[in-house]
Design a protein around this ligand. Structure first.
Ligand code: WT7
Length: 650
């Protein structure tokens, strides 16, 4: 975070109290904090009791094998039954679960009764394909209703899914399939984005050549584009459509694995974050109800995330459906076919709750107030933000221009690892400040500590830690328990270390300051510097690479790479483009460096460690910090000289 931004945070003294009207009708009430404080586990047991258990749990937390938690361990439950069947059984079959809007303008209305039929048929189809409880299923789909159906069908039969974001490369898909030994991939011919059809199936074809565990590829027809066909491939419409609409769901142990979701860490290998069933569903349902104040009979909720990220898992699929939400699901980009597409959808469906990311808000700010002004946004009553720190300017714009100066804003801090929201205001209870996530939710323990794990005083800064186990916490890293302990529980064994810096203001409100490790946050997506460096050095023209995240006014951080080329590669006029494309091929377009700077040397300490701090100074056009620990202080001049010629952007 830049120095100016920090200064702004320090001087932010605007505060917004909940209106009496909102507070009077709010799901969450001030006594939540007291109840959770006086009996934390009892509070969570109460939240768990809001679900429909086949065998209600008598146990709450088992922390005897810390840091491997068990929650509600003697309970049995089926997630899909909670998200679908029980609502139909209660007479809400005709309620819309999803108003789906494809990017080309095609629409589908999926009711809870439709969802029950589709999920049941899909569960039967998975069973026919040989998938059993415990088998892993990879899902690589665009944002279409089948994505939610596929996830719920897996959950229904106890087969943990591993959703891979459709923007990730074939190689990223392959490595995730291999790591989890998945038996099946569910994909589509393609999807729509930025006004045209993109393909997914070729990336799957390329990936599964080297994934011996994959037995079948189940393919949804979305775009109708031509696809290559192999004997492993099965059309979704061929196998799912002919299944029985009835599927008898079996209950699973609360600690049965629900899903694996890969996220970047500080090394080149993504971590398979493992989530389980009962505790996860308890916390996503509770937080969705309390933080978004969902009223299932009247609200229309829209979370703009992709199901490829944890936000899509927890706040499109599991939390909202457990709470019987009516949602909007949109396939495409915000500027297709015009920059008012989101506001048009809000007007069309009467969206009342919008949950999105600061990078989108800043993009809309850049496009100007006139765009949303053309639409009626008065249905909105609550706004949410997630993924990265929201700067006070963007927060105020969101409130004024989108929220009509009256909607409460919930800035929600959480992670793939936490599974559900951890730090956030409660609308109707908490006074909010523009740019602050305020404090831990009732039932959650968080602190800002210094290097010695001592909590900082108000006004001080340090590291964000979680001080108590929580129901939706990750249960480990798939196949690598040591890495789990090492990554999150070794710095201070009594605390979960989140990897974020934070500051407490004079009132004790928490201000997130971004990652303190080698993880970048680009448009709310987590990408490790090492991952991009490995991709770059896997190109034959690259001898060495160093990557930093540089402040970016729209995306939060932008990826800036410094590369040393081999031999005469520098003479190739297209080398920078070739390297950017190579990174996209290795990881995905989201990891394409914003800039690649060809340099002759990299700044290193005498022990050979790259000094990223100095590279960040260059990437952010700052005068250089202290260079005295450099092995060769003159390299910075060499680097500076190479810059202009090799910068590209698109
Ligand atoms: C990292 C987690 C949680 C879903 C999206 C990202 C950053 C997330 C906030 C926020 C400041 C935030 C943190 C965190 N982050 N929400 N409200 N304010 N920073 O999930 O990919 O697992 O990334 O995103 O740095 O550690 P993720």
């Amino acid at each position: 975070m830049s120095h100016e931004a920090l200064q702004n945070l320090l001087h932010e003294d605007r505060a917004f109290a909940p209106t009496a009207e909102f507070a009077a009708a709010a799901n969450a009430t001030p006594d939540y904090y007291d109840r959770a404080a006086s009996d934390r586990l009892g509070f969570w047991a109460e939240q768990a009791a809001a679900l429909q258990w086949a065998t209600p749990p008598t146990q709450t937390l088992d922390w005897s094998n810390a840091p491997f938690a068990k929650w509600f361990a003697d309970g049995k439950i089926n997630v899909a039954v909670n998200c679908v069947d029980r609502h139909v059984a209660a007479g809400h079959g005709d309620q819309v679960a999803f108003h789906f809007e494809g990017e080309p303008g095609d629409t589908r209305t999926v009711t809870y009764a439709d969802l029950l039929r589709e999920v049941s048929k899909a569960a039967n189809a998975l069973t026919e394909l040989g998938i059993q409880a415990g088998d892993r299923v990879a899902i690589y789909l665009p944002m279409i209703p089948e994505a939610a159906v596929a996830m719920l069908a897996c959950a229904r039969i106890g087969a943990p899914h591993s959703v891979v974001f459709g923007g990730f490369s074939s190689e990223a898909l392959r490595s995730r399939i291999v790591d989890a030994s998945a038996k099946l991939v569910i994909t589509a011919d393609g999807g729509y984005r930025k006004g045209s059809a993109f393909a997914l199936k070729p990336a799957v074809d390329e990936a599964v050549v080297n994934t011996p565990t994959i037995e079948h590829v189940l393919v949804v027809r979305r775009t109708g584009q031509d696809v290559e066909w192999t004997d492993k491939d099965v059309w979704w419409h061929d196998i799912v459509e002919r299944q029985s609409e009835v599927h008898e769901a079996q209950a699973f142990d609360a600690e049965h694995p629900l899903f694996i979701l890969y996220t970047s860490g500080t090394t080149g290998n993504p971590k398979g974050i493992l989530h389980t069933t009962g505790g996860y569903l308890t916390q996503v349902a509770y937080t969705h109800r309390a933080v978004f104040d969902l009223k299932p009979d009247t609200d229309v909720y829209w979370c703009t995330a992709d199901i490829g990220w944890v936000t899509g898992h927890s706040y499109i699929v599991y939390g909202p459906l457990a709470n019987r939400a009516t949602q909007v699901m949109y396939e495409g980009t915000p500027d297709t076919p015009h920059r008012g597409r989101w506001w048009e959808l809000i007007e069309k469906y009467g969206v009342t709750i919008l949950y999105t990311a600061p990078t989108a808000i800043r993009t809309f700010m850049k496009w100007g107030d006139a765009v949303p002004a053309d639409f009626n946004l008065t249905s909105l009553r609550l706004l949410g933000s997630v993924g990265e720190p929201i700067n006070p300017e963007a927060w105020m714009w969101y409130r004024k221009v989108i929220g009509g100066d009256s909607c409460p804003i919930v800035d929600t801090w959480w992670q793939t690892e936490t599974g559900a929201i951890m730090i956030s205001p409660l609308p109707g209870v908490t006074h909010t400040k523009p740019g602050s996530a305020m404090g831990p939710l009732p039932g959650i323990g968080a602190a800002v500590v210094d290097d010695q794990a001592v909590p900082v005083r108000n006004g001080g800064g340090g590291y964000l830690v979680l001080t108590e186990p929580w129901p939706a916490m990750l249960r480990g890293i798939w196949g690598d328990n040591d890495r789990y302990v090492d990554t999150y529980w070794s710095r201070w064994p009594q605390y979960y270390f989140a990897g974020d810096g934070a500051k407490l203001d004079d009132d004790g409100a928490i201000w997130l300051l971004g990652r303190v490790d080698d993880v970048m946050n680009v448009s709310g997506h987590r990408i490790s510097t090492t991952e991009v460096e490995s991709a770059l050095v896997s190109h034959p023209a690259v001898a060495e690479a160093a990557v930093v995240g540089a402040a970016d006014p729209t995306t939060g951080q932008g990826i800036v790479a410094f590369v040393i080329l081999r031999g005469d590669a520098a003479e190739d006029p297209n080398i920078v483009k070739a390297l950017r494309d190579h990174v996209a091929h290795e990881i995905g377009a989201i990891a394409k460096p914003r800039q690649i700077l060809v340099v002759a040397e990299l700044p290193k300490t005498r022990s050979g460690k790259i000094m990223r701090r100095l590279l960040r100074d260059i990437a952010e056009n700052r005068s250089l910090g202290d260079v005295t620990t450099l092995a060769d202080p003159t390299v910075m001049n060499l680097i500076g000289a190479g810059l202009q010629s090799a910068t590209t952007e698109d």
